[in-house]
Write a protein that binds this ligand. Structure first.
Ligand SMILES: *Cc1c(COP(=O)(O)O)cnc(C)c1O
Length: 437
């Protein structure tokens, strides 16, 4: 396959060469290095609405949206103005601020499953703190997680399933002690029996089950309602907490995230991405009784110099207010549905073994016509096709996250014309990939 660029990457290439001397792999987060696709990563200098521009002045319609936070698109007027107004009074005080009360009320008053919340600075930090809270509250140590769910780079969750009969996890990153990994048990998604069996045998050791209720970090592995509802039921029966990691699905699937979509009350919910309006953020919340275990009310210590930073919260408030407007999520979903219907009709017409799993404003390009529930149902061979598709989309002015395991996001800023452009480019790119492979 010939991956000649029709766009120029001269300036991005020069910056990347320098960046490689400064940062491991030239980046500050691994997927940005474009290792699973072709060419140098694009260095982006500007975003406006649905568009981004790179250092070579190429313009793209962006479907990555900074990996999920930008549900309003880039440089939203109200968010930008709120950031400027907050920052003009100073950027951090290390004290409580009025912004905290305002965003706390906006969230808690509009979310059935949250009584109290605490802000931190990243999704990883939110999950790490939620795990500590679950352990502190239950007095137990082990955690059950699902293969294919991502929870940030928390030590005890950088864990994959051991082989054969080994139930306890093995580390999936150098630097994570086996002793930590062994506190985590990894089972496949959609496998209720495995979960029941574990809880029947080890409930006295298990603090919590953590799941992405809409697993969207390793393809889009949408689960059945029944699976999630049963998880809730068996956790209750065994006095084990259920943690929904909604860093990606929170305020994205709907204002109440996946919890609201499925009408399931988790014990703890973690957030990030959307509630920071594009600023660094994380949060975790749940029932008051559990949250009151956190310091200074309770014995579970958790703190942060820049937690609930006023500039971040101002961006979050400006974002949330727009999400609460009548019909906001319906509009997003309608755009997504049109994209999916057109693409799936095209796959069928061409007899391509592909589909487009989707929920609300999240979509994924799957290289299987069948529904995918578990991580091991994803055929890595599809990623060779994705490489071709990604390259061709860039040439046609469409930006997707640089990995076939990543989902795409529709934002409020995408126009019907943007969706048409995506459909046209994606059809051409998918054809090209099938001609090549
Ligand atoms: C993005 C994400 C995280 C990690 O959040 P960061 O802000 O990148 O640390 C954790 N869990 C889920 C489900 C995510 O999507």
């Amino acid at each position: 396959m010939n991956f000649t660029d029709r766009i120029s990457r001269k300036n991005s290439e020069a910056l990347f060469a320098k960046a490689k001397t400064l940062f491991p792999g030239g980046v500050n987060s691994p997927v940005r290095a474009f290792k699973s696709v072709t060419g140098a990563p694009l260095f982006i200098k500007k975003g406006q609405g649905s568009r981004i521009w790179d250092e070579d002045d190429n313009e793209f319609i962006d479907f990555c949206g900074s990996w999920g936070p930008l549900i309003l698109g880039h440089n939203n007027d109200e968010v930008r103005e709120a950031i400027i107004a907050a920052a003009s009074n100073g950027t951090s005080f290390g004290t409580p601020t009025k912004y905290g009360v305002e965003i706390g009320e906006l969230i808690v008053n509009n979310h059935r499953y949250l009584e109290k919340i605490r802000f931190v600075s990243s999704g990883t930090e939110a999950v790490m703190s939620a795990i500590r809270l679950a352990r502190g509250y239950t007095g137990k140590n082990k955690i059950i997680k699902f293969e294919g769910c991502y929870h940030g780079h928390v030590d005890s969750l950088m864990v994959k399933a051991g082989s054969g009969l080994v139930t306890f996890g093995i580390s999936s990153s150098a630097g994570v002690p086996d002793a930590f990994a062994q506190e985590t048990i990894v089972i496949p998604l959609n496998d209720l029996q495995a979960c029941i069996q574990l809880l029947d045998q080890h409930a006295d050791e298990i603090a919590a089950v953590i799941i992405e209720p809409v697993p969207a970090n390793n393809g889009l592995l949408i689960q059945d309602y029944n699976f999630l509802a049963w998880l809730r039921k068996i956790c209750d029966e065994h006095n084990v907490l259920l943690i929904f990691d909604e860093v990606i699905s929170g305020f994205r699937i709907g204002f109440e995230g996946a919890s609201g979509f499925y009408s399931i009350q988790p014990d703890i919910i973690t957030f990030g991405k959307v509630i920071g309006g594009g600023m660094p953020v994380g949060a975790y919340g749940g029932k008051a009784e559990i949250m009151s275990m956190i310091a200074p009310e309770g014995p579970v210590y958790q703190a942060g110099t820049l937690s609930a930073n006023p500039v971040t919260l101002a961006a979050g408030i400006a974002t949330i207010k727009q999400l609460l407007k009548e019909g906001f999520y319906e509009k997003l979903e309608a755009k997504t549905n049109r994209l999916v219907e057109e693409m799936e009709a095209f796959f069928k017409q061409r007899s391509y073994d592909m589909s487009m799993p989707h929920i609300a404003s999240i979509f994924w390009l799957s290289f299987s016509a069948d529904r995918t529930f578990t991580a091991d149902q994803i055929d890595p061979a599809g990623m060779e096709k994705f490489k071709i598709i990604h390259h061709e989309l860039l040439q046609r002015g469409i930006y997707f996250g640089p990995s076939g395991y990543e989902v795409g996001f529709i934002s409020d800023a995408h126009t019907d014309q943007d969706i048409d452009s995506l459909i046209e480019a994606l059809k051409a790119a998918v054809d090209l990939a099938h001609e090549a492979i």
